[in-house]
Design a protein around this ligand. Structure first.
Ligand code: SF4
Length: 280
């Protein structure tokens, strides 16, 4: 049985928080470069160029790529043959977030109670989703989520008869209403099926899938392509100022559902769609 010390988890998570907020992943950079070269609006082109310049400066000076360094969402795959020594996994993950946000001088954006709204001053708690898997690995994926885009996300319980057309319509309407305020060009995560909370979770997880990777199911991959084209035809453009690049990617995840339902969730991320993954 493999054993991991909590100190290792804390240090790794701290590093990941700083990395996710300082460097954008290559799939995101690549699609922003492609957007810049294909953008037809002059304003849009200038905005995309400024975004790419901003990433270069952030990388060179190790400073955040955006002032909103997000609320941390984590997906943790925990091998059933793994032991954690010197404390609990949950405490170590949360301590890692606190350390990373302190040492990286990242903005603390979390309030302790949604009504009283006092800042926790260390960006915890993170929202952590666990999955127990075979083996002895600990896989951690971190997505610091900005709320300009989070606030434009939506969920709807469609009827089975709404079918594929209903899902398309809901996603496009959500993007049309939200993307001008979501720091476009955006990435759209979609979850279809399961229950209400499963659809939302899939939509969030979909944001962490590299943009070049399509869903392995042909009909779902075709839906991704359709939605990407339809959303870009809206003409909303970078930062909502017009153009042909509103959406950089649409990732759709599906799950079996009940005979009486068709849940669909749309989670929107801005152009700083941050995600970092490590295995211990
Ligand atoms: S939505 Fe994204 S780009 Fe806009 S302020 Fe928030 S984190 Fe930054």
């Amino acid at each position: 049985m493999k054993t991991i010390q909590t100190k290792k988890i804390i240090d790794t998570v701290a590093e990941m928080c700083i990395e996710a907020n300082t460097f954008l992943s290559e799939d995101m950079l690549e699609s922003l470069r492609t957007a810049e070269s294909s953008e037809e609006s002059e304003n849009g082109k200038e905005i995309l160029k400024t975004m790419l310049d901003n990433f270069e400066v952030a990388k060179r000076r190790t400073i955040p790529i955006c002032q909103d360094t997000g609320m941390v969402v984590m997906f943790v795959s925990f091998g059933q043959d793994l032991m954690i020594a010197d404390g609990s996994l949950e405490d170590a993950l949360q301590a890692g977030v606190a350390k990373g946000y302190e040492e990286g001088y990242l903005r603390k954006s979390v309030v302790a109670d949604p009504f009283i709204r006092t800042n926790t001053n260390n960006n915890t708690p993170a929202v952590i989703h666990y999955k127990v898997v075979p083996g002895d690995q600990l896989k951690i994926k971190i997505l610091p989520k900005g709320f300009g885009s989070e606030n434009t996300s939506a969920l709807k319980m469609l009827k089975p008869s709404d079918g594929m057309a209903g899902v398309r319509d809901f996603v496009i309407k959500t993007v049309e209403a939200g993307s001008p305020n979501a720091c476009a060009p955006i990435v759209v995560g979609v979850g279809v099926g399961g229950t209400m909370e499963k659809a939302a979770l899939m939509a969030k997880e979909a944001l962490g899938r590299p943009l070049w990777m399509r869903n392995p199911l042909d009909h779902v991959a075709a839906l991704e392509d359709y939605l990407l084209e339809a959303c870009n035809n809206l003409g909303i453009g970078p930062m909502g100022l017009g153009g042909v690049n509103t959406v950089l990617g649409v990732n759709v995840e599906v799950f079996p559902t009940h005979i009486a339902g068709l849940p669909v969730a749309v989670n929107i991320s801005c152009y700083v769609n941050r995600h970092v993954e490590r295995e211990l």
